[in-house]
Design a protein around this ligand. Structure first.
Ligand code: CTP
Ligand code: CA
Length: 228
């Protein structure tokens, strides 16, 4: 048993965090996004840095404010751009934390000119985006550690476990976004953390910063146990 000061818990580790929503273009002045503020991912990036990690923050559409000090920021727009960036970073990364709210669908066609209104209805066709977390899970090497997130409004445990297995995550943080104080835009969250064998931690309402700290301490303890 060895003791690690908080500031050294993630020393020597490269941590990649994704945050915020993605932005899917319809035309030069219109797009589809979601309510993700990026606050959870920003808090994780700040905490990981405080714990001694080298941190890359890949951020989509956010309103989370200041980029945490000492963190390298890469801005991305669409799910496809985030996918390309994250997969390129994967080989140099020890810990991946996917807090971003990635669009599941994007317009099938991005119009090069502003769409003009007509007397007719307008039907937008959408197609699936690539699943970044699933792609990471498929490519994960020994010693790499992946944390996924899940936003649910019902059947939280069942959906969370399905995602964890399907995407080959080591941990999954699930939050019921229908609860007051959880989910998009708030400074607080209410989370349950799962691993392959089920529920690991059921956390009460707390700030996103506190949740980030708890999550990263859990990650650090799991990484040390698997030895390096
Ligand atoms: N995710 C991703 N790429 C996508 C969709 C989701 O990397 N195209 C990631 C998210 O960043 C999150 C996790 O997958 O870490 C779960 O996202 P969520 O939206 O809860 O799950 P989905 O698999 O998209 O399923 P659904 O939205 O239908 O519940
Ligand atoms: Ca989704």
């Amino acid at each position: 048993e060895s003791y690690f000061a908080e500031e050294q818990l993630l020393q020597g580790k490269r941590v990649l965090v994704t945050a915020g929503g993605t932005l899917e273009r319809i035309d030069p002045v219109r797009y589809i996004t979601n309510d993700s503020s990026g606050k959870m991912g920003f808090a994780i990036a700040a905490e990981a840095r405080r714990m001694g990690a080298e941190v890359v923050l890949v951020a989509g559409n956010t309103s989370a404010g200041e980029v945490p000090g000492g963190v390298s920021l890469v801005r991305t727009g669409s799910a496809q751009q985030m996918y390309d960036e994250v997969l390129q970073q994967l080989p140099q990364t020890d810990i991946i934390i996917k807090a971003a709210a990635v669009a599941d669908y994007r317009p099938k066609q991005t119009f090069q000119q502003k769409i003009k209104k007509t007397g007719e209805e307008l039907v937008l066709e959408l197609e699936r985006t690539p699943d970044i977390l699933q792609a990471l899970g498929q490519r994960k090497k020994n010693g790499q550690f992946i944390v996924g997130f899940a936003a649910e409004t019902e059947q939280l445990e069942q959906y969370a476990m399905e995602k964890l297995i399907r995407k080959n995550c080591d941990l999954l943080v699930a939050n019921n976004v229908a609860l007051e104080g959880a989910g998009f835009g708030t400074d607080t969250n209410i989370a349950k953390i799962f691993d392959r064998s089920g529920l690991v931690q059921e956390l009460p309402l707390m700030t996103k910063q506190e949740l980030a700290s708890r999550l990263l301490r859990l990650v650090a303890s799991r990484i040390q146990r698997s030895g390096d």
